[in-house]
Design a protein around this ligand. Structure first.
Ligand code: PGA
Length: 242
């Protein structure tokens, strides 16, 4: 499985270095692919600490151009030079708090793929949308618009993260995950994206990882809160089915 850590706006470079020191000393099983998404200021620390290791890393956000007059943005080209290989695109916090729209997300996905990096494209419905029976149509729209013009042959990973499960401690049930991941896979196939790894995200913990990981079309996890401590992250890695 792919088990990815979304650190969000947490950890200084020194804290990131300490995490890797402790994590590398305790992570022995190595039966999953680990990807770390630090905040931008801790990226160089990740690059240095993870050089030559099996742990991959990436950015939580980039701009759709690699250089120029784009104050405050981050460059996927620089991420690549630092040795990063993934970029989170369309996380619900980017959509809700920073107003990122489908069209912008599609440009980012294409830019990242052109550089040979892998986008980890996030989708998911809000509680109101789920309760109104709109989950399927929301996911169709997010995939159709957010991946518009994207080459189906280029590397892509998708994370299904119900917004109501992110950071709330309310993990989706295995039935909800099974049904929704099956839909996501079908929708991706309808738009030409076949065999895409689909991760689940939203309050994943060691206690839920085994059960969730056994559901159809669950190829791994995107973990927020529980990825910040070495022990809880290792717990998820040890429980996730091989
Ligand atoms: P959480 O975050 O595990 O804290 O719910 C997941 C995410 O936002 O990717």
């Amino acid at each position: 499985m792919i088990v990815a850590a979304n650190w969000k706006l947490n950890k200084s470079p020194a804290e990131a270095r300490q995490f890797f020191k402790d994590f590398k000393a305790q992570w022995t099983q190595k039966n999953h692919k680990v990807v770390i998404f630090p905040s931008a200021f801790a990226m160089e620390a990740c690059s240095t600490e993870l050089k030559g290791s099996e742990i991959s890393f990436g950015a939580q956000n980039i701009f759709s151009e690699s250089k120029g007059a784009f104050t405050g943005e981050n460059s996927a080209q620089v991420l690549k030079e630092l040795g990063g290989s993934y970029v989170l695109i369309g996380h619900s916090e980017r959509r809700a708090l920073f107003g990122e729209k489908h069209e912008m997300l599609a440009q980012k996905v294409k830019h990242v793929q052109e550089l040979g990096l892998t986008p980890l494209f996030c989708i998911g419905e809000t509680l109101a949308e789920r309760e109104a029976g709109k989950t399927h149509s929301v996911l169709v729209e997010q995939i159709k618009q957010g991946l518009k013009g994207v080459n189906p042959q280029a590397p892509l990973v998708v994370a299904y993260e119900p917004v109501w499960a992110i950071g709330t401690g309310k993990v989706a049930t295995s039935e909800q995950v099974a049904e929704t991941h099956t839909w996501v896979n079908e929708i991706l196939c309808d738009y030409g994206f076949k065999g895409v790894a689909i991760l689940y995200g939203g309050s994943v913990k060691a206690e839920s990882a085994a059960e969730l990981g056994r559901q159809p079309f669950v190829a791994g996890f995107l973990v927020g809160g529980a990825s910040l401590e070495v022990n809880s992250f290792l717990g998820i890695l040890s429980q996730a089915p091989s």
